[in-house]
Design a binder for this molecule. Structure first.
Ligand code: C2E
Ligand code: CA
Ligand code: CA
Length: 636
């Protein structure tokens, strides 16, 4: 463009200026000259001179033409090169006048062809850019002030400029010795957008769009620094969805994901505008609450979270109730506060809330550390216990009240902890359920119990406790089938005990699982009957084979008319529904006699035998026909 025409003109001028024509004497001197033929010679010389002149002229013109063509081609190459640059390029002289620029520069700033002529001043160009909106966003007054004293850097520099239309331009400025400069202008809008997107992705959770752990920590750090200056207090809340795993396992991951998104939205709606909600991973969320009176407002927020999150979620036609446990840690205005420490405290408080029965919140106290730490140890040890073979099954006989013979044994789990000794199920089953470890443990129980029972006389059954978590999992049927197959035990000898904590009414998954088990030939018993809230109604949800009356009724049956009336009512109902009744926890001969009179068919309890190791089953079976009363000497 401008630069090419400039280069052509200069090039031609130089060539013409430098051209010299050598002719005459040197060449003529080589010809033979004769005096007699002088006139002829003169004509000949003149003719030759003319001819040589013409030839030389022709040669010169040809050369000039070639040089011009080469120059033109070079200019074209130069033009093509600078106009194909992805960056805008401009040269200004010491008087801030444009020498040359490429098309990209003109396009970048919406400069007309007129504008980009040699000699246009920098001020004219920026005026044009300001009017066209291809200039940083500023008021007219600010612009005029800036324009009055446009400063041109006298050192190489790199700057980034954001234009009013949103584009981002990276400018590299290189000063020239004559006071002018050359600059490249690169549109890095897309690059910035991609970078911003990557930045966002690094700091946000893709599923919920909430800040992730990284951003949460950065935000908490900043909030702690601000707090130090302003002197107010700050709270961190850790939130865990109580029944997330259940939903994920029974309704599938897509519904689990929907639940997380819906939960994230609800959490966001609960907090104040200065607070930050983050997803730390899985079903774990956290909040930083700032600029609030602590711990009053943190307690109020925790209370609100527990209430709001307890309301059902509607997900793909399912009504899902999850609830949350919340842990709160507060740092007072005059304390420095460490982000990791705070998060750990809130986490410990959250575990405490969970251990306290879920759907609750608790505020961190220093004593919590030791307690929760103990649980963590237990959890770690429990994880390794299956692999290390630390579990053992004890067996407690269930005896027919009429014939005194052993009908079945109930398998009861014991844990031989390497340092704590014998650990009873009450101390670890709940934790195993919470952590999901019960699935592996329960599978081991089924396998071990079935293989042992397969060695007993075929009239003796085996009763195994099932956790609600096992029922929820998708592979219970396969696990039961595998245990039966491996042991060769007939399914009719297997009784699975569930309690009322297994939701049945309206829970098609659990009901389907029970029906499938029944279809295999396995028997289903209702354990601990009477301690739930909806006992009688529960009995109608599924055709149980057996009802085991909880030992709290059996204990009272001798001295308490109500307890006796309840046992009587249950045996009558059992008869109507075709369900056998077992009395649990029979400890005395009076209880034995009474439960038999009240219509129970079977009894289980210390009066007959305590749970005993597998090796003692044979001995119990040998004496069962002689009214087996095997009082255990060991306290287990
Ligand atoms: P459960 O199913 O009700 O088991 C009966 C519990 O009552 C056993 O306690 C047994 O030792 C105790 N017991 C039996 N007769 C008497 C008696 O006459 N008096 C008194 N006071 N207690 C008696 P254990 O073995 O400590 O088991 C406690 C609970 O742990 C069980 O209650 C059951 O819910 C659970 N559990 C045990 N083993 C397993 C298992 O393999 N899987 C699952 N999911 N839960 C298990
Ligand atoms: Ca049981
Ligand atoms: Ca029971």
């Amino acid at each position: 463009m401008l630069f090419s025409s400039l280069r052509s003109t200069i090039g031609c001028a130089c060539l013409l200026g430098g051209l010299t024509i050598a002719a005459g004497p040197t060449l003529i001197g080589t010809l033979p000259v004769d005096a007699a033929s002088a006139p002829f010679s003169a004509v000949l010389v003149a003719f030759l001179g003319l001819a040589i002149g013409l030839v030389l002229r022709q040669l010169v013109l040809r050369r000039l033409d070639r040089v011009l063509k080469e120059q033109k081609a070079e200019n074209l190459r130069f033009d093509t090169a600078i106009n194909n640059m992805t960056q805008g390029l401009c040269f200004f002289d010491g008087q801030r006048r444009l020498i040359v620029c490429n098309n990209r520069y003109a396009d970048l700033y919406k400069l007309s062809r007129d504008m980009v002529r040699r000699g246009t001043t920098l001020a004219e160009i920026v005026d044009h850019r300001f009017a066209a909106g291809s200039f940083p966003d500023m008021s007219r007054d600010d612009y005029l002030k800036w324009r009055e004293s446009i400063a041109v850097a006298d050192k190489a520099s790199d700057t980034v400029s954001t234009l009013k239309d949103g584009r981002t331009i990276a400018i590299h400025h290189e000063p020239m010795p004559d006071g002018g400069w050359v600059a490249t202008h690169a549109d890095i809008t897309e690059q910035c957008r991609t970078q911003a997107q990557i930045e966002r992705m690094l700091r946000h959770d893709a599923l919920t769009g909430l800040p992730n752990r990284l951003l949460f920590r950065e935000h908490l750090n900043e909030a702690l620094q601000r707090k130090r200056i302003a002197g107010h207090s700050l709270a961190v809340l850790c939130i865990d969805l109580d029944r997330f795993k259940e939903v994920n396992d029974t309704l599938g991951h897509p519904v689990g994901d929907q639940l997380l998104r819906a939960a994230a939205q609800r959490l966001n709606e609960c907090v104040g505008q200065n607070d930050l909600v983050a997803r730390l991973g899985g079903d774990e969320f956290a909040i930083v609450q700032t600029e609030a009176t602590q711990p009053i407002e943190a307690r109020a927020l925790a209370d609100r979270l527990v209430r709001v999150m307890a309301a059902p979620f509607r997900l793909e036609g399912h009504q899902v109730v999850v609830g949350v446990s919340v842990g709160v840690a507060v740092v007072a205005g005059d304390t420095v506060g460490d982000p990791d420490e705070l998060l750990k405290e809130a986490d410990l408080a959250m575990y405490e809330a969970k251990a306290g029965g879920r759907g609750k919140y608790s505020v961190f106290t220093p004593e919590m550390g030791a307690h929760v730490q103990g649980r963590r140890w237990l959890e770690n040890d429990l994880r390794a216990a299956v692999d290390r073979g630390e579990f053992e099954l004890f067996f407690q006989p269930i005896v027919g009240l009429a014939d005194h013979r052993v009908r079945a044994f109930e398998a009861l789990l014991r844990w031989h902890h390497p340092s704590r000794g014998l650990v009873m199920p009450d101390q670890f089953i709940a934790l195993a359920e919470e952590t999901g470890l019960i699935e592996a443990i329960g599978a081991w129980v089924l396998k071990d119990a079935c293989s042992r029972a397969a060695q007993w006389p075929s009239r003796v059954g085996i009763a195994i406790n099932l956790s609600p978590v096992q029922l929820r999992s998708g592979n219970l049927i396969a696990v039961v089938q595998a245990a039966l197959q491996a042991s060769g035990l007939s399914p009719t000898r297997l009784e699975l005990e569930i309690t009322e904590s297994v939701p049945l009414a309206g829970n098609s998954h659990n009901l389907a699982m029970l029906h499938e088990l029944r279809a295999l030939g396995v028997r289903i018993s209702l354990d601990d009957f009477g301690v739930g809230y909806s006992s009688l109604g529960y009995l109608r949800t599924f055709p149980f084979n057996k009802i085991k009356i909880d030992r709290s009724f059996v204990r009272d049956v001798a001295g308490n008319r109500d307890a006796a009336a309840i046992v009587r009512a249950v045996t009558t109902l059992g008869e109507d529904l075709g369900m056998a009744i077992t009395a649990e926890g029979v400890e005395t001969d009076e209880q034995w006699r009474l439960v038999r009179e009240l219509g129970c068919e079977e009894a289980q309890g210390y009066f007959i035998s305590r749970p005993r190791p597998a090796g003692e089953v044979d001995a119990i079976l040998k004496i069962d026909s002689r009214l087996a009363v095997v009082r255990a000497s060991a306290p287990c």
